[in-house]
Ligand binder design. Structure first.
Ligand code: GTP
Ligand code: MG
Length: 157
């Protein structure tokens, strides 16, 4: 089943938009299969946005994502990755259409409320699914917060 990693960023959490964002995905009809609140460590934020590491705004982006708790979610359903990107809207909230999360709720590119996986492959990577698929193949894949969480619960000591 296709999965998307949706993360409510620190501004969304601080502004009390968690219910608003979750409600939009619920009303669309996708299935919530994982959720946790989490303070993202710097190294994990750098890995998550690794493909942007040479962009001038990268240090600020990592500062932002690590500035407070985020809400990490896995949403499931046919076409969830592309559909979630439509629900979220364009990266810059000033360019995002009304009716989208960023279009309705945001003002700044650097404070755009929510993240969504940009391809089904990245959906699997970011939700840790690829780690499960590649288990036993000695392939190291970026650990995501949910995966870290389940590891810390499942392997005490
Ligand atoms: P995500 O869902 O968070 O991955 O956003 P996106 O896929 O719409 O955009 P992209 O992956 O290209 O960039 C990741 C994040 O970096 C964006 O969501 C923004 O918060 C931030 N970002 C992108 N471009 C800029 C920029 O020009 N200036 C600043 N300050 N932040 C930017
Ligand atoms: Mg992106």
């Amino acid at each position: 089943v296709e999965k998307s990693y949706i993360m409510i960023k620190p501004d969304g959490v601080q502004r009390g938009l968690v219910g608003e964002v979750i409600g939009r995905f619920e009303r669309k009809g996708f299935k919530l299969v994982g959720l946790k609140m989490f303070r993202c460590p710097r190294q994990l934020a750098e890995e998550h946005y690794g493909e942007l590491k040479d962009r001038p705004f990268f240090p600020k982006l990592v500062d932002y994502i690590t500035s407070g708790p985020v809400v990490c979610m896995v949403w499931e359903g046919d076409g969830v990755v592309a559909s979630a990107r439509k629900l979220i809207g364009k990266t810059d909230p000033l360019e995002a259409d009304p009716g989208t999360i960023r279009g309705d709720l945001g003002l700044h590119k650097g404070r755009n409320v929510v993240h969504g996986s940009d391809s089904p492959e990245n959906g699997l990577r970011e939700t840790g699914e690829e780690e499960l698929i590649t288990e036993g193949m000695n392939v190291s894949v970026t650990a995501n917060p949910l995966r870290l969480f389940s590891q810390s619960v499942q392997s005490p000591g």
